[in-house]
Write a protein that binds this ligand. Structure first.
Ligand code: 4AD
Ligand code: MG
Length: 460
């Protein structure tokens, strides 16, 4: 029999025909003369029904005893049956023949509960599990949507270096590497190079891995993460925010359209995501601090503080975590609380210059505040984008580098950009893993990365 080799995702086009599937045994149940093999092939899961009289005793015995994650090739007729229990895609295969490619032994991940550390130690296998599979498929869509939107809006992708001579986002979380007789640092951002590239190309982006020696063990921090960084010439902060809200909305809507199955498998409440459309609310840092201070007082007084929809605020175990003075940066609890006041992602603008990077343009009438904006994702997810208008004046930029205690030498080229046709310009960076965690509704960014790098994890 010459059945075509097809993927599980393509089964709807082959109903009533004989096809061959190649994949791995995900799960198995059975009863009497029937064995139900859940086979996955990377594109989906299909229930393959092995009926003893159809395949003969020998093949039936093999199928009936096949261990989880064995690789196999099955041929049979495709049947649409949405009512059949345990049929994820609504299609079944009536098996006519079956060949085992390799018989797996003692696969360590079973249906029973495993601890996170155990699963992380087995990340090379865990990615086969359906939830992890779903998250990483959404990640791929996010990355594709990022490129599609930017490529469709006049941006060109210009790669920036990973080995760099200097810091851009603070000196406390730099990874240092030996570079022959010199020191180099793994890039914390491609932004400074993007700022050179806009003078050649107008609108650019870089997209790649980014490194931060984060000593913090939070659900939002990785030491290696992927960031897309668009940068735009002749663009002020207000124009930047309009680009960001269009861009983020497109990425979310693309996932809803292309990953409906994955989001369903993850149990994601997509109603919240469907409302992600421009415009996003904007609040100033000043107002955000005032709001947080009020929340703190009310919570201390035993009042119930409510989210945008009137339900009690979640995830703030201790009201004192919301304590904040003007001039300090937000911590995770502040973002967790603020985002629950809005139905959509919210921009916080005008942070104190002292807590932000050296390159941010100060407001002329209020230089202690800068033209910066963070975008906080709803439902407690917090910052997914950091962005700003950049300093365009060379003298001011030099002063800020000095005030930040940074050496001038490595930034000579960066300052020089301000000498030859300087223009107002702005840009932002969006973290892929945080965005994926939000869209998937998962607790921790580590599951949004295929092989996460964390404070205590460099394996596998
Ligand atoms: O706010 P950040 O540090 O901004 C920059 O690096 C700018 N140079 C970007 C730019 O304007 N071109 O980082 C931007 C985003 C954050 O909002 C967050 O989504 C993500 O990068 N991010 C992290 N994600 C995971 N783990 C970490 N340790 C992260 N640090 C930042
Ligand atoms: Mg930031």
């Amino acid at each position: 029999m010459h059945a075509p080799i097809v993927s599980i995702a393509a089964l709807p086009q082959h109903v009533g025909q004989a096809v061959t599937l190649r994949g791995w045994l995900y799960n198995k149940t059975g009863k009497g003369k029937l064995a139900f093999l859940q086979v996955r092939d990377g594109t989906g899961i299909c229930q393959c029904v092995v009926f003893r009289p159809n395949v003969g005793d020998e093949i039936f015995a093999i199928a009936d005893k096949l261990p989880q994650e064995s690789s196999l090739i099955v041929t049979g007729a495709v049947r649409a049956d949405a009512r059949a229990p345990g049929v994820p895609g609504g299609y079944e295969l009536d098996v006519q023949s079956l060949e085992v490619v390799q018989r797996a032994e003692d696969y360590p991940i079973g249906p029973k509960e495993h601890g996170v550390e155990f699963l992380m130690d087995h990340r090379h296998l865990w990615i086969r599990s359906s939830r992890q599979w779903a998250v990483l498929r959404v990640r791929a869509t996010v990355m594709r949507a990022i490129r599609a939107w930017l490529d469709g809006h006049g941006f060109i992708e210009v790669s920036t270096p990973i080995l760099t001579p200097s810091a851009a986002e603070g000196t406390t979380n730099l990874f240092e590497v030996a570079y022959f007789d010199e020191k180099a640092y793994l890039a914390q951002t491609g932004q400074l190079y993007n700022e050179a590239n806009i003078f050649a190309f107008g609108r650019v982006y870089c997209f790649g891995p980014t490194f931060r020696a984060e000593k913090s063990k939070t659900r939002r921090h990785l030491t290696e993460f992927w960031m897309v960084e668009p940068e735009i010439a002749f663009c002020d902060l207000e124009q930047l925010l309009e680009i960001e809200e269009q861009f983020v909305s497109y990425v979310v809507q693309t996932c809803l359209r292309e990953n409906a199955n994955e989001l369903k498998l993850l149990g994601r409440d997509v109603g919240r995501l469907q409302r992600v459309a421009p415009p996003f609310p904007r609040i100033t840092y000043d107002d955000a601090v005032r709001t947080l201070q009020e929340m703190h007082v009310r919570m201390k007084a035993g009042e119930t503080v409510t989210a945008y929809d009137g339900t009690p605020l979640q995830g703030i175990e201790d009201p004192d975590l919301l304590r904040i003075e003007w001039g300090t940066d937000f911590g995770s609890p502040h973002e967790t609380a603020l985002t629950q006041l809005y139905d959509k992602p919210v921009f916080v603008t005008g942070f104190p210059s002292a807590v932000k990077a050296f390159y941010m343009e100060p407001y002329p009438d209020r230089p202690e505040v800068c033209k910066s904006a963070d975008l906080l994702a709803p439902e407690g997810y917090g910052e997914i984008i950091g962005g700003s208008e950049r300093i365009s004046d060379g003298a001011l930029l030099e002063r800020r580098i000095r005030e930040h205690g940074l050496p001038m030498e490595p930034y000579k080229w960066y300052v020089e950009l301000r000498k030859y046709g300087s223009v107002p310009h702005s840009g932002f960076g969006l973290g892929v893993e945080r965005t994926v965690a939000w869209i998937c509704g998962i607790e921790h960014v580590r599951e949004a990365s295929p092989f996460p790098r964390l404070l205590n994890r460099l394996y596998p």
